[in-house]
Design a protein around this ligand. Structure first.
Ligand SMILES: *[C@@H]1O[C@H](CO)[C@@H](O)[C@H](O)[C@H]1NC(C)=O
Length: 320
């Protein structure tokens, strides 16, 4: 809580205690009793009616705050059970869904400011989405830089991104499915015009999560490619091996060749990939990685050939 909110909270408590002191003298002797009291349904009801704006801002802090703290911890895996791919796998994703749901819970929502709760819901989705993209950007740059909350991605391994992809899919489905259904039901007394806008904005929120998938896939590809390129660099050894030796021409591929696609294969054969990657995403990963690796292979080979032919031209300028 910021100082201002704390003051506001204390102020409200005092006011409330003053009002209720007639009936409850000495009921809140300590801070913890105040906190307990604050959680009481009667208090919440009172707050709702007393000042909806203040009530909303307290709820905002509570709900947005709980997502924010989940997004500040390293990624935490909840379910690694293979079979149940309907489940969200990360604490962060489960927290987002919980927060979204709590905006529309009967004991939280005040219908007269449902527009604010809708905006909060969309903000929550956007915070989560920012958490993913800031992480990916930090990973690409190789450091968390000045973006707090992106540290998780620096230490993440490609397998962790498989969970992210799974959760993005799963969240998009839940948001556009039962969450949207619930919100529409709660707002069923609104005009169809309003309902359409609400639906549209929630569907867009869900879609924005799905839109992050290519970026995550790309990030996995980059990691795999970097590992492969480590092996590919052995290509340079070819000149040393065959320079001024009487080695016979090779009849087998060079040893590095079989290592080039190994990082990709290891990833795809892994437990997480087997359990959580859809066919489409596997295909995308394979194609993306293969394209990139062959591209880098080509560059390295072309460089090598050009260096060697320059040397030959220099040492044998007449070309006898
Ligand atoms: C996420 O992690 C936090 C901190 O470890 C924990 O308090 C919270 O209950 C977890 N949330 C879920 C949905 O598991």
């Amino acid at each position: 809580m910021t100082a201002k909110n704390h003051l506001c909270y204390v102020h409200l408590c005092c006011l409330f205690l003053f009002i209720t002191s007639f009936v409850m003298q000495g009921y809140c002797p300590s801070r913890s009793a105040v906190a307990k009291f604050r959680a009481e349904a009667v208090y919440i009801e009172f707050m709702k009616q007393w000042n909806v704006g203040v009530y909303f801002s307290l709820r905002f802090q509570e709900i947005a705050g709980s997502l924010d703290s989940a997004l500040l911890i390293p990624i935490q895996i909840l379910h690694s059970d293979k079979g149940n791919s309907q489940h969200l796998t990360l604490n962060q994703s489960a927290t987002l869904l919980e927060c979204l749901m709590s905006c529309w819970r009967e004991d939280v929502l005040v219908l007269s400011c449902s527009d604010k709760f809708l905006r909060l819901s969309l903000q929550l989705i956007s915070r989560y989405s920012h958490w993913v993209s800031a992480g990916l950007a930090a990973r690409k740059a190789g450091n968390a830089g000045s973006t707090p909350g992106s540290e998780w991605a620096i230490s993440a391994v490609p397998d962790d991104f498989i969970y992210i992809i799974h959760d993005l899919n799963c969240l998009a489905e839940r948001i556009c499915g039962d969450f949207l259904g619930h919100v529409v039901e709660v707002l069923s007394s609104s005009s169809s015009e309003v309902l359409d806008l609400v639906k549209q904005s929630i569907l867009e929120g869900g879609a924005s999560l799905k839109d992050l998938k290519p970026k995550v896939i790309n990030s996995i590809i980059q990691t795999v490619v970097e590992k492969s390129v480590e092996d590919l660099k052995q290509l340079k050894g070819i000149t040393a091996t065959y320079r001024m030796t009487n080695k016979p021409l090779p009849v087998r591929h060079s040893p590095y060749v079989s290592g080039v696609l190994r990082p990709l294969k290891t990833l795809l054969d892994g437990e997480r990939a087997t359990a959580y990657l859809t066919r489409d995403i596997r295909d995308e990963l394979v194609q993306g990685a293969a394209l990139e690796i062959t591209g880098r292979y080509y560059e390295l080979a072309a460089d090598l050939v050009s260096v060697v032919s320059t040397k030959i031209t220099i040492s044998n300028p007449i070309g006898e």
